[in-house]
Write a protein that binds this ligand. Structure first.
Ligand SMILES: [Zn+2]
Length: 342
């Protein structure tokens, strides 16, 4: 069997797990620590915010630690400062190396808080920036290309580069309050082009509100691609970061979890809060709202652990694609291995 670079990286992660290091406050949890002293391969039990941002201000990891604890969270993902001046008018854009160091400093000493680098995939040196980020210990990437289609000949090589280093990438999808004519570029179908990036783990944020149905449809299509392309496909995740006004929330989450697609470990909780002044009340309110909907939908404890923890674990560290249920037009499981088991 040909071992891809992704298989290699994944195997490396698993093989290096050592069942001897205990996480503070997480009894029985064992995993090794990787770059920057973060846990790799597994996440301690608890809830995680997979989508937070750094805004201008001095790095203050103690603040993140206190806010997350107050919101009932065990950790999460923090995205670096925006690389584009159009996004935050008037704010100083940090050079890439500084932006990476800045987000790493915000997460310093917190083994369950993972720094992501917000990359401009159209920057001429974007592939080099991926290498720089990995060298510095960055755990993933974020992209908002703006009023341009996200996937084209300019950006594909960058996504392939991200796939080759085994890191995930989160895209803003859905309407963006940027004061510009940009919405058409954020419709989820624009991400079908990532079919040309095997093994890329990518996330469409905000369930693409108001195009939640389109987001779910693209998810199904990407999963079905296994029928035609084998397991050499990208792996799509969704984050349920609002986005969705409360009026639409029940509908969006209910559809996502009852459509019949294999969404286990592929839907993540997030808030979009800035860590400079994390909105604890907003975060706990969304957890309450979502938990009530999940309870109505009939999700069990394992499914909730998926949304709040194990989907992020898989997103960060990878997982086995070969046992997933693959949707087909006539309702069969299209996974080429599924018939061989019975
Ligand atoms: Zn965001």
């Amino acid at each position: 069997m040909k071992v891809t670079r992704k298989d290699f990286l994944f195997a490396g992660t698993i093989a290096s797990l050592v069942p001897s290091v205990s996480a503070a406050g997480a009894q029985g949890f064992t995993a090794r620590k990787g770059a920057l002293g973060k846990y790799v391969g597994d996440l301690p039990p608890g809830r995680y915010d997979s989508h937070t941002h750094v805004y201008p201000g001095d790095p203050d990891p103690a603040k993140i630690d206190a806010s997350f604890k107050a919101a009932g969270l065990a950790g999460g993902v923090v995205v670096s400062r925006c690389p584009n001046s159009w996004q935050v008018p008037g704010a100083k854009v940090l050079p890439p190396a500084e932006a990476m160091d800045n987000v790493i400093a915000w997460c310093d000493g917190l083994p369950t808080v993972y720094p992501f680098y917000w990359i401009d995939p159209a920057a001429p040196d974007a592939c080099d920036l991926v290498d720089m980020a990995v060298e510095k210990g960055i755990y993933g990437f974020k992209v908002i290309r703006g009023d341009r289609r996200p996937v084209d000949g300019t950006t594909l090589p960058v996504y392939r580069k991200i796939a080759s280093v085994g890191k995930p990438v989160t895209f803003h999808t859905g309407i963006l309050w940027d004061g510009r004519d940009s919405s058409d570029s954020f419709r989820p179908a624009n991400w079908e082009g990532l079919l040309e990036v095997p093994h890329l783990r990518f996330c469409l944020a905000h369930v693409s509100w108001p195009w939640c149905d389109e987001c779910i449809a693209v998810y199904g299509k990407l999963l079905n691609a296994i029928v035609r392309r084998g397991f050499n496909v990208p792996e799509m995740f969704i984050d349920v970061t609002p986005g969705t006004p409360k009026l639409y929330r029940r509908d969006a989450l209910t559809r996502l979890f009852t459509v019949g697609y294999d969404v286990a470990d592929h839907v993540m909780f997030g808030t979009d809060c800035r860590v400079n002044r994390y909105n604890v009340a907003w975060c706990t309110d969304w957890q309450r709202t979502d938990d009530a909907i999940y309870s109505e939908v009939g999700l069990d404890a394992a499914a909730l652990d998926g949304i709040y923890r194990t989907a992020l674990r898989r997103y960060l560290f990878g997982g086995d694609n070969k046992s997933r249920k693959v949707p087909t037009p006539d309702g069969r499981d299209g996974n080429p291995l599924s018939g061989k088991k019975s």
